[in-house]
Design a protein around this ligand. Structure first.
Ligand code: DQA
Length: 152
């Protein structure tokens, strides 16, 4: 049961993550984005957090979503997809957000092509979770709950 005054966590997923389950399952697994988000909501409920979910294909939508979270959401979980590696406007938007931010990846970009090794989001995130497949988003919810509890 989520409390009426529960803190809201915005969960953002970037381009092509809407194709999870169909897209390169050998890398990203067979669960759909909905499957991941169901586990996020269940985990958050267990931890007394409220979840808002946005899946966007473009950087402008993600930047707008981050702006809308300012002063309204307590924390952000974000998997920016390939935008992770070059979207400096997303970096700047996240830098304007006051609460904790956890960067999530299902795969481990550090073990993949070199262009995936840089994250422009990591410098403005509280921390990053990568390479845990179906558990990555769930671990991120636990990380956010821990960070928010420490702020209280
Ligand atoms: C990803 C990793 C990115 O490099 C890639 O472009 C994605 C998914 C992940 O969750 O592993 O789209 O963010």
């Amino acid at each position: 049961m989520v409390k009426a005054d529960a803190q809201t966590v915005l969960v953002l997923s970037g381009p092509n993550l809407n194709l999870l389950g169909q897209r390169q399952p050998e890398i990203y697994g067979t669960d759909s984005l909905d499957d991941h988000m169901q586990r996020v909501v269940q985990t958050a409920q267990h931890l007394g957090l409220q979840i808002e979910i946005i899946s966007a294909q473009g950087v402008a939508e993600l930047v707008t979503a981050v702006h809308s979270a300012r002063g309204r959401c307590a924390a952000i979980i974000i998997n920016p997809g390939a935008l992770t590696h070059f979207a400096w406007s997303l970096h700047d938007a996240l830098a304007s957000f006051a609460g904790p931010i956890v960067e999530v990846h299902l795969s481990n970009p550090a073990t993949r092509e070199t262009w995936r090794h840089e994250s422009v989001v990591a410098p403005v995130a509280s921390g990053s979770i990568a390479g845990f497949g179906a558990d990555s988003y769930v671990f991120a919810v636990h990380a956010i709950a821990t960070l928010l509890a420490k702020k209280k």
